[in-house]
Write a protein that binds this ligand. Structure first.
Ligand SMILES: Cc1ncc(COP(=O)(O)O)c(C=O)c1O
Length: 394
């Protein structure tokens, strides 16, 4: 039995008429850039997230880049972030001329470690005129936590650190649209708690476009205006460029398709969560939780619906590569997110990190394995995955 890592064809079949109609409408209008579909999607996305402002952009990468540029983060600045994420998180910080300052992860959640963050600040930073300055004389201006695999970071701690040290807080919520975090007795959605939240609608995301697409949400109206200008090369009045931005626009076709898909997102995330529960229950039932580390659900008790949106179902074990090979031989697709921690990437060699600097991120890169998960995955396919994992340990 072949089990793909992800198969969204059923999802498309169910919505194909609506998606085609929406795309046809855009084609008939011949309005492709900054038109009504973008506004409609932005309004719907802002409402869904519970954020006052949403700005459609060309990708998750460009969401991060536009935010960093609009905040004028650059040369001489240090930006704290996780050592374990997709490249764009660190790449965008470096692209604006700032220095990514990596922090190790919590081995349970794979998200940036709160204690690790505080340890770095206490050990390596001092205060100069109210600003945090590190050992390399970079002014630490921002913190970019990533809600990895669909689980929110410890945002209370992130917000506390940001407040204490006067840092901008930019949430990389590329993998976590709709994920809830327990806050003030209620909940808040990923991306809405900091100064800006960045989302990716890369096709494989829980909410995927038909190409590249992204979004920024924020609370501050002036900042939202600045981002809208930033996504048009910093242009306010026509051909008058107030500051340097880029072409970060979300096009009408993508916006129209995303608008059709958005109302289904919570249903898809619920189906992913059910699939995750099935894996976890099955693995536990046959005692495999003693051999592989299963995903944790730190906010499950808070009774939040989307306490985890399972963008990925990630297990870990020391013999990861062998298991991956075994599953591959049984036609089960898996993925490694990510085989290298960010400080291990060749392009970041110039930052001077060495092996062992972030042991948990390095260990996760060696041991983590994403199993097939998507809303429509059948229990039969999952049973087959569990059976093949069990066979591996026999
Ligand atoms: C954590 C994280 N940040 C940023 C991005 C960049 O998003 P995009 O691929 O839409 O540019 C991704 C996409 O995979 C991601 O997973």
């Amino acid at each position: 039995m072949r089990v793909p890592l992800l198969d969204l064809s059923e999802q498309y079949r169910a919505l194909s008429e609506e998606i085609r109609a929406a795309a046809d409408e855009v084609l008939a209008s011949q309005r492709f850039i900054l038109g009504p579909k973008l506004t409609e999607f932005e309004t719907a996305a802002a409402q869904y997230c519970g954020a006052p402002h949403a700005i459609g952009v060309s990708s998750g990468t460009d969401a991060l880049l536009a935010v960093l540029m609009a905040l004028e983060i650059g040369l001489g600045d240090g930006v704290l972030t996780t050592a374990y994420s997709f490249f764009a998180t660190g790449g965008c910080i470096a692209r604006v001329g700032a220095t990514p300052v990596f922090i190790d992860i919590d081995p349970e959640t794979y998200n940036i470690s709160g204690p690790g963050l505080r340890r770095y600040i206490d050990k390596n930073c001092h205060r100069v005129e109210g600003r945090l300055v590190n050992e390399n004389r970079q002014t630490i201006v921002a913190l970019v936590p990533v809600h990895l695999f669909g689980l929110c970071c410890d945002m209370n701690e992130m917000l506390a650190v940001a407040r204490e040290h006067n840092l901008l807080l930019i949430e990389d919520a590329a993998q976590a649209i709709g994920a809830d975090y327990p806050r003030d007795g209620g909940s808040a959605k990923a991306g809405t708690m900091g100064d800006a939240g960045c989302f990716s609608f890369y096709p494989s995301k829980n909410l995927g476009a038909a190409g590249d697409a992204g979004l920024v949400v924020c609370r501050n109206e002036q900042f939202a205006d600045r981002l809208r200008i930033c996504r048009q090369h910093g242009m306010e009045a026509r051909y008058q460029h107030q500051f340097i931005g880029g072409n970060f626009r979300l096009d009408e076709l993508q916006a129209a398709i995303l608008k059709v898909k958005l109302p289904h997102l919570d249903g898809w995330s619920a189906a992913r969560r059910e699939a995750a529960k099935f894996y976890t229950d099955e693995f536990r039932q046959i005692g495999l939780d003693k051999k592989i580390k299963l995903p944790v659900e730190p906010y499950a008790k808070s009774k939040l619906t989307n306490h985890h949106i399972y963008h990925q179902y990630v297990i870990r074990l020391p013999r990861r590569d062998e298991l991956r090979q075994h599953l591959g031989e049984h036609e089960i697709e898996t993925a490694i997110y990510y085989p290298l921690a960010l400080h291990e990437q060749p392009c970041f060699e110039y930052l001077g990190y060495k092996p062992g600097d972030f042991p948990e991120a390095e260990r996760a890169a060696r041991e983590s394995l994403a199993l097939p998960i998507y809303p429509e995955i059948s229990r039969k396919a999952q049973q087959y995955v569990v059976k093949c994992v069990a066979e591996f340990f026999k």
